[in-house]
Design a binder for this molecule. Structure first.
Ligand SMILES: Cc1cc2nc3c(=O)[nH]c(=O)nc-3n(C[C@H](O)[C@H](O)[C@H](O)COP(=O)(O)OP(=O)(O)OC[C@H]3O[C@@H](n4cnc5c(N)ncnc54)[C@H](O)[C@@H]3O)c2cc1C
Length: 364
């Protein structure tokens, strides 16, 4: 039987940050179980040429997320401002050409991007964690109470090898809705807590993003910012996704609801996105050097059927652990949705993990 004092379920930002904090405290008796074959969760950066492009989270806002900003600096990651100079395109209907507007210079917050993409944060954290502690392709299916106040965590690999580990404490670095949907607890979680977790939407889970790469950000030569809004679609909100130098990139959020997208093939949707890029930015945009469509609603480790049918949003953070129940003191939620200050955001993953670990260490 494998043993570890702490089991972290999920190797997204919250799980890896919790492990990073444990390492900093000199606590090495833990293991991370991650269902996907990669770590990072909703932070996903794909490579094209010498740059990377974000298919998951893109920005953070240092003025209102100072703790995340200090983690980014501590990890010695470089940041740059989201490119926003120039005109914004608004497409009111497919038959009419997009209209150009000057961006209203508001007091909007500075949106920062990470050089090399958001996945650089999790990669940099992983450099501080011994690789044998991150078990990828280990999907946690059940957590049972065992003797002497321990819990037995059971995970399955894709080739159906069962991995069991006995532990004192489980940190759930998986969105609350996924926990309830995918992991069986014995004895079951208290009904009201399970309901609150199931009702908590996973931020951005119903969304899909299209990203296109070009040899250079040619729209800037036309005085365009790369930003756009469209009532024609399929993309409704479009932004420049270029790295600081070199290649050009544009991304857009798909406006077609997740339930309707189930009936549209990825090839068809990509074709529609390319055509929209050409409508907006000219014929050069029809043939990107690389492009991706990432539909998070069809990713079983981010979205559930509730995310597809009910849509998304930011919820108030639910309770992180059961009270007055035999699970009290054994499990605690630390994924971003459990952050009271930044639920669902990248900053929330840092906040919730910090709080969860402080709670755990206070009980030692
Ligand atoms: C398209 C998109 C755009 C976004 N844009 C922004 C943005 O610009 N700014 C911002 O602040 N936030 C943004 N977000 C949200 C941000 O990505 C998340 O808040 C953050 O990444 C959450 O990290 P996490 O570790 O809490 O959860 P996750 O990243 O969801 O990590 C959970 C991990 O648990 C794993 N897992 C799931 N089930 C199991 C299981 N049964 N057993 C083991 N492992 C399991 C998953 O594979 C995953 O690795 C965006 C998200 C998406 C999808």
């Amino acid at each position: 039987m494998n043993e570890a004092s702490i089991v972290i379920v999920g190797a997204g930002l919250s799980g890896l940050y919790a492990a990073y904090l444990l390492e900093k405290q000199g606590i090495h008796d833990y293991v991370i179980l991650e269902a996907r074959s990669r770590f990072g969760g909703r932070l996903l950066s794909e490579k094209s040429g010498d740059a990377r492009f974000d298919l998951g989270a893109t920005w953070y806002w240092p003025e209102v997320q100072p703790k995340l900003d200090s983690v980014v600096r501590e990890l010695r990651l470089r940041t740059f401002l989201q490119y926003e100079s120039g005109m914004v395109l608004v497409e009111q209907m497919p038959a009419a050409p997009a209209r150009r507007f000057n961006k209203v210079q508001s007091e909007s917050l500075r949106a920062l991007r990470i050089e090399g993409g958001m996945a650089s944060i999790v990669e940099r954290l992983a450099e501080h964690i011994p690789p044998e502690k991150i078990l990828t392709s280990h999907c946690v299916l059940r957590i049972d109470q065992a003797e002497q106040s321990t819990a037995l965590v059971e995970a399955m690999t894709p080739d159906e090898v069962v991995y069991r580990v006995r532990t004192k404490y489980v940190l759930l670095a998986v969105p609350p809705r996924i926990v309830v949907d995918r992991i069986a607890f014995q004895p079951p979680l208290p009904a009201s807590l399970a309901r609150d977790w199931a009702d908590c939407p996973t931020w951005m889970a119903p969304h899909a993003k299209y990203v296109a790469v070009y040899p250079r950000p040619f729209w800037r030569e036309q005085g365009l910012s790369g930003s756009g809004r469209s009532y024609s679609g399929p993309m409704v909100e479009i932004h420049d996704a270029s790295p600081e130098d070199g290649l050009g990139g544009v991304f857009g959020f798909i406006g077609i609801p997740a339930s309707t997208r189930l009936n549209v093939s990825p090839e068809e949707l990509i074709g529609l996105c390319r055509a929209q890029m050409a409508r907006l930015f000219g014929i050069e945009a029809l043939t990107p050097s690389a492009d991706w469509l990432k539909d998070w609603s069809q990713d079983e480790f981010t979205a559930t059927t509730a995310d597809i049918s009910l849509g998304g949003g930011h919820a108030n953070a639910p309770a992180t652990s059961p009270r007055n129940d035999s699970w009290e003191g054994r499990i605690s939620g630390i994924a971003s949705e459990w952050s009271p200050d930044y639920p669902g955001y990248v900053a929330g993953a840092i906040d919730a993990a910090t709080r969860g670990l402080a709670g755990l260490l206070a009980t030692q």
